[in-house]
Design a protein around this ligand. Structure first.
Ligand SMILES: [Zn+2]
Length: 131
């Protein structure tokens, strides 16, 4: 195995994702996301399909998976409607699988170790800054 990416099978996340009570297509998408196999702009840029990876929604940050599905400021109105996602304002995730791990831990028995919101992943593209 010369896979230098994180291998989520190792820590049992696979079993937990597939044990979720949700539709198969949701679990499947979640698993692709955990493996970072979703073609975000960040991934496309890494594979040299695209030259820039700035989020087209907010034009402020790199569109990686966490940003596209979770932390983009344009998604605030979606996530803030439900109180169980309040931790979105308190915890940040570098990888989508960290978010999934956090949620399955939280729904299981305890809150996972939260880390403070870090300096976010600003993209310095030619779009310029919005502030
Ligand atoms: Zn965005």
């Amino acid at each position: 195995m010369d896979n230098n990416d994180y291998n989520p099978e190792i820590n049992g996340l696979w079993r937990r994702v597939w044990g979720l009570k949700s539709q198969p297509k949701v679990r499947n998408f979640l698993w692709q996301a955990v493996k970072n196999a979703i073609p975000t702009k960040s991934n496309l840029k890494r594979h040299k399909v695209m030259l820039e990876d700035c989020c087209e929604q907010c034009n402020a940050e790199v569109e990686d998976l966490v940003h596209a599905l979770w932390s983009c400021s344009l998604l605030s109105s979606v996530w803030e409607q439900q109180s169980e996602w309040q931790f979105r304002m308190e915890v940040s995730f570098d990888m989508f699988r960290e978010l999934v791990e956090y949620v399955v831990e939280k729904d299981g028995m305890h809150f996972g170790p939260a880390k403070p919101l870090s300096q976010s992943n600003k993209c310095n593209s030619w779009f310029g800054h919005s502030e």
